[in-house]
Design a protein around this ligand. Sequence first.
Ligand SMILES: [Cu+2]
Length: 441
Amino acid sequence: MMSRRGFVSSAAVLTGAAVVSGRIQAAGIPEAPTTRTTAMQPPVVPSSGPDYQPVATLNGWTLPWRMNGDVKEFHLVAEPVVREFAPGMKANLWGYNGQAPGPTIEAVEGDKVRIFVTNKLPEHTTVHWHGLILPNGMDGVGGLTQPHIKPGKTFVYEFELKKSGSFMYHPHSDEMVQMAMGMMGMFVVHPRDPKFRRVDRDFVVIMSAYAIDPGTYLPKVSEMTDFNMWTWNSRVFPGIDPMPVRLGDRVRIRIGNLTMTNHPIHIHGHTFAVSCTDGGWVPESAQWPEATVDVPVGSIRAVDFLADNPGDWALHCHKTHHAMNAMGHNVRNMIGVNQRPLAGDVRRLVPDYMPMGSEGTAPMAQMQMPLPDNTLPMMTGFGPFGPLEMGGMFTVIKIREGLAANDYKDPGPYKHPSGTVAYEVEGPTPAPAKQSPKSKS
Ligand SMILES: [Cu+2]
């Protein structure tokens, strides 16, 4: 990732010209930082202006900016990108500044922002600022509020951030294709009052879904229902960063949904409450505890919780097909079916044939089955006790004592205090006691 300090200082030279003319000239466009890494970049601590707790974008980054007078300037470049979903699978997507999703934009309530958008796609685009209150002509709906941004052209969006909260950006132009190709990002506006709803760790996840046939690289953009890659920040388990958290931290997870269905997001070992939506902050008096929060299509739910229970806690979509990778949809249910007599016949035609599924699909997660190129196992990932049999929208919140404030390194597996892990009964299992008819009351 480029150095933000270098970006800010080189940009200072350009200050002035644009402000005087009122209309931006091409020479006044800030450089567009780009990154190709899927490793989470450290949160960008504010060096000027009001203090805030910067967000950590899983497998992502925050877009650097420059100050031009009293305006914060950003530069998004819409372009084709290659995104690794997890080691072993890449997809040809469209995104911003080298990645899909695009970088998270962070600013402060009351900031004036100027966002340059350069189109390097083969077709026109726009950017809609989802949830933000702004002048109609800055809303980014192609054809309705502005002309489309043609390939090779740069447009400018300028507005003041009227309120803090959790927002998104995405095209409002050939939406079905451009969002199915991965074009989206989060837009976090921090409160001007540094103490307002302050947390110690603030994670950002945007959910997108893709239909990518095993062995291929390109999403099927006209798919409406049958997606097979359910992603957080265009990553799937085990490619999704864990969330390292210090015991006692107040934690926020902002979850945006730009897929075509809802996602009930479930936390283990804790309860959380929805603190913010893409409409704004939820008053504390209107919150209630939950262990699962449904994130509807085209919306954001930010959940807050106190990390008071150390361990490795799963966080995942509770739709089981969304916590697995491709190939899960057309498997026949063979549980209880004796396939042995048939297997010999099939092997005469297909010598490598292996009957599977009579005892469930867990055995598949334990063996390294041959897969087409660029295809992830349906159920995968290993933990200290064995296979996790997961994929898709799944990660682990790792709550540990004594982590440093800005330490987001994976602390490794949790060391359970002795006597706190489920264990096997020793000796033969006794037959269950039968209830006698007489004991019925
Ligand atoms: Cu889901």
